[in-house]
Ligand binder design. Structure first.
Ligand code: NDP
Ligand code: 8X3
Length: 258
């Protein structure tokens, strides 16, 4: 752990990566604000880990709720050193011309606007204290396109570029920014959410693989957060060993077709 007890705020803390990140930092003695919509899950984390975990009901798509976040925090938790912008989701895997516009809007509202609003709310305090770290959960989907990844992948490309642009703005402030970009990861609700609650379809995504686990991502987040203050990890991309890249796809006319 770093020299003084530090405070971390994790969005999307109720399950998956977020809950694992809460566990890792709480066990390392940090004060942890665990934020997401499902308060009962966050309360269970507090019961499991102790009073250094503060459950906080938050919908990142609600700008008023995000704006009120800082002033609502108790004094002990109000100086946030690390913000992990983890709340996010993918909806659907349809090609762009058949995808739901409503799904697209919700991904943009959560993965982009939610992340931007949380960042804007906490950044001034970090700059004032000359101490802070924004850790954004991107994805390999932000760099590598795949069929059906359309808006989801584009939101994660935004996460990556926003982080780099923040670094340009924050030069000289001491505030760090990192994009942690995982690939195929199991034991979360990600695919269940993507497929509208269809557990069987979600399970197929991981069949016969050994995907990354939430603890692997929590470990990476902890590592980037505990580098010495003069070290900024710009991006950390990770995949399970069973995942790699495909060749370019080429559409060919069959002989005889016009
Ligand atoms: P999960 O579905 O397991 O967790 C998503 C979390 O986000 C939940 O805690 C959920 O909590 C929260 N959340 C969703 N919408 C909102 C909202 N409007 N306001 C606040 N919290 C919200 O997914 P993962 O843990 O797998 O994913 C976490 C992040 O990692 C996401 O950004 C995802 O895109 C990214 N990612 C996932 C990968 C994977 O393969 N699993 C790989 C690469 C990146 P609640 O419902 O309680 O609000
Ligand atoms: C999640 C990984 O490959 O399902 O960001 O888009 S993927």
């Amino acid at each position: 752990m770093t020299s003084t007890p530090s405070t971390i705020l994790v969005t999307g803390a109720s399950v998956g990566f977020g809950a694992a990140i809460v566990r890792t930092f709480a066990k390392d003695g940090w004060r942890v604000i665990a934020a997401s919509r499902r308060l009962e899950n966050l309360n269970a984390l507090r019961d499991e880990l102790g009073a250094n975990v503060l459950p906080y009901a938050l919908d990142v798509t609600d700008p008023v709720a995000v704006d009120g976040l800082l002033s609502a925090l108790p004094k002990d938790f109000a100086q946030v050193d690390v913000l992990v912008n983890n709340a996010g989701l993918a909806l659907g895997l349809e090609p762009a011309h058949r995808a739901s516009l409503e799904d697209w809007d919700r991904m943009i509202a959560t993965n982009i606007s939610g992340l931007v609003h949380c960042t804007r709310a906490l950044l001034p305090g970090m700059v004032e204290r000359k101490r802070g770290h924004l850790i954004n959960i991107g994805s390999v989907a932000g760099e590598f396109p795949y069929p059906g990844g359309n808006v989801y992948g584009a939101t994660k490309a935004f996460v990556h570029q926003f982080g780099l642009n923040l670094r340009a703005d924050l030069l000289g402030t001491g505030v760090r920014v990192t994009d942690v970009a995982p690939g195929l990861s199991g034991n979360t609700e990600f695919s269940k959410v993507r497929f509208g609650g269809d557990e069987a379809k979600a399970a197929k995504v991981y069949e016969g693989t050994q995907p990354l686990q939430p603890e692997d991502i929590a470990d990476a987040v902890h590592w980037v957060a505990t580098r010495p203050p003069h070290v900024n990890i710009n991006a950390l991309q990770m995949m399970p060993t069973v995942q790699a890249f495909s060749p370019f796809a080429v559409a060919r006319e069959t002989k005889g077709s016009a």
